[in-house]
Each structure stands twice: as C-alpha cells, then as structure tokens.
Design a protein around this ligand. Sequence first.
Ligand code: NIG
Ligand code: FE
Length: 418
Amino acid sequence: MERIDLLLTGIGSLVTPVGNAPRSGHAMNEIRRIPEAAIAIRDGLIVFVGPEAEVLSGLKGAQIAETLDARGCLATPGLIDPHTHLVHGGSREHELPLKRAGMPYLEILAQGGGILSTVQATRAASEEALYEKAYRSLDIMLLQGVTTVEAKSGYGLSLEDELKQLRVAKRLGETHPLDVVSTFMGAHAVPAEYKGRSGEYADLVCGMLPVVAEAGLAEFCDVFCEQDVFTVAQSRRILLEGLRCGLLPKIHADEIESLGGAELAGELGAISAEHLLAASDQGLRMLASTGVIPVLLPGTSFNLGLNRHARARDMIDAFHLPVALATDYNPGSCPSESMQLVIMLASLNLKMTPEEILTACTINAANAIGRGAGIGSIEVGKRADVALFDAPNLAYLPYHFGINHTFGVIKNGQAAVW
Ligand code: NIG
Ligand code: FE
C-alpha cells in the first residue's frame, strides 16, 4: 500500500513557477495557479500536487501518516534568499548618526568603520557566539517563509577567521531546519592591516581559495568589485582562481559606481551578479548573453536611503533577464532578514508584478545558488519546501505590508512552523 508521510489539504490557492530552469523576461509572469489544492509528501519530496479532489482520489487506499489543514491559506514554494551575509559578530546601530548626517557608505568604510567594524567584532567572537547569533537569524527567516538561504563569509579577512565563519555556516546548515549554501567572500573588503595594499591582499585571498575548496566549505566565490575596494582586474584574478579551485563566481557588481562589474560577470559566465544599481546597458546585455542571474537587493537601496534603484523593469522588459531577489541581510547596508519586506519593496521601488516577484524569490533565486533542480517550485519530485501565507491571493503579499503573513512552513516535508 502506498505510504504518504504528510498530506497538506485545505490550501486556498497554490501559486508556483513551473520547471527547473530560471524564468526570463516576460516568462517571469507565467506561473501556475491551483485553487483549492493539496500536496502529498513522502520522504521529504512532493509526490502529488493538484486540485484537492484529484489528489485525494489519487491517494485512495494510501496509508497517510499525518494530515495538516492549511485552512484556506496561500501556498508558495518555500522562499529562497540567495544573498546574505548571515554569519557575523556585533551590529552597527552606532553608525546611524553618521548615516543620518549623510555620510556615504564608502566613506564610513574608508574611515575604518562599516564592514571593517564588523570584521573586528567577528574576529573577536567565538565560534559558538557566531553560531548562536546566526541561528536566531535563521529562525527569523524561517518565520518569514524562507526555507533555503545563501551565506557569505567576508568578515574574517584572514584565512583562520574566514574558515571560522564558513565552519559556522556549515554547522548551521547541519543543525537548523533551513538549508544553508555557502559562499567564500574573502574579498569583501581590504582589512586594516593591508590598507593601501589591496593587490597584496588580493594575492592572500587567492591563497585562501584552495584551502577553502579543499575543506569543502564553500560552493561559490564572491568579490566586492567596487570603487576603493577591489578593482575589476583584482576581482577577475580572484574569481578565476576560485573557478580553478571549483568555486563558481558570484560578484557584488556595480552597486555604487559603474565600474564594469556586470561586464566582468558576463565575461566569466558567473552564476549571478548582485546589486547592479549602476550597471551599464552593455553590462546587462552581457549578463543576458551568458545566462548570468541578476540578484536584486531592494532592501539595501531602501536602507541606504538611496533614491535610485536597480533597473528591474529594463532588465525584464528590454534585456529579458531572469531577475532574482534577496535580502542582502548584513549588519550594515541591510540589517533585516525579512524576505517579506523585500517582496513589498520589489513592488514599490522595482515596479515588479506579484508574479515576477514570486518567480524571483523562488525558481530564479534557486538557480542563483545552483539549486534549480531540487527546489524553487511546487512540483512532483521536488523537495517539499512550502510556505503558507494567511493571504487571499498573491498580490496581497506586497500589498498588506509591515506584518508577517506566514501561517506555516513545511521544510523537507516537515512542519517547521505551524
Ligand atoms: O552587499 N556591499 C558590500 N557588502 C554588503 C554590505 C556589508 C556590510 O556593510 O557589512 C552588501 O551591501
Ligand atoms: Fe551583499
């Protein structure tokens, strides 16, 4: 007799992108909607999904271990946050007066604050303290409906301290219900002891890469390619060395200045390019031609008080790119774990439709971290990661803002929030 571990009934409306591949341009609007749906789960995977009546008749005679009633909620694939700086020590609320007085982000960094202040706090923190702090952030993310998160290192900036952050991320993935995907970002800033010697520090980062790869502590390599941080040439050198070691390139590109980071992402065929507020048309064309996923971070432009935003409409309408969304959760430019805030800001400031936003937070986000085959849509054979929102329809998520819509979260086929 067929066995079902969990049957989810009473879903008011199920909305999901279809397929494993990223959805580009106008195809981001094409989602599947199933009213009054049910999902059957076995061994952490989806085995049936469809209209409830169909699923129930297909399960006649099956042995169902547990049934949960979603009470008319909206079901989406578990949200995926493909860009965070999850593991770090301390916080930076002491910089608020500087920010409010108008001091730019890069100026605070140049004075030894910003990222460098978090580097000090992270170096000083024990592995256990970093773990506990990040574990609480993962709890917050789960309560937001997030089921997979990417986590970057980059607040250690020495081999030992980077490894410490990466070990914490690994342990979090093993012990917390959320899945954690690791990125090595030793090139997040030039540490104080290398001030004015960014080239030498880039060499040091290149030397860290084989050690990180050998230890199996990261899948991706990221670089902050920005004015007064890492040049395009240094970024290229680091990302190529990462590739040689088996780490796929990601890049913080054209966040503040138009340096040519998007062009570099296109040239290297990076898996993703992030931020992109100042990306040129040529850069966006190159992303499209080599299949790079633009990961947009509207929480960051919002929190930095910028009145410009990534050109999501151009990316989707003119360049037919597969836009993804993420929080960029970090203690400086975006101290918020809230994907639901990102959903609202993507509507308000990026002018994305609710369907595009859903695609961006699920299948496109999954592809930005190399997980499109396993997660990012509610389909037979995929991992049973489902978010349930107390919302009558998809457009209600960006519309009714500043509250948490989550009713329940199924992670790996288990009710992680109910
Ligand atoms: O993506 N831009 C560089 N890195 C982060 C900010 C990190 C920080 O301020 O601590 C970002 O915005
Ligand atoms: Fe970032």
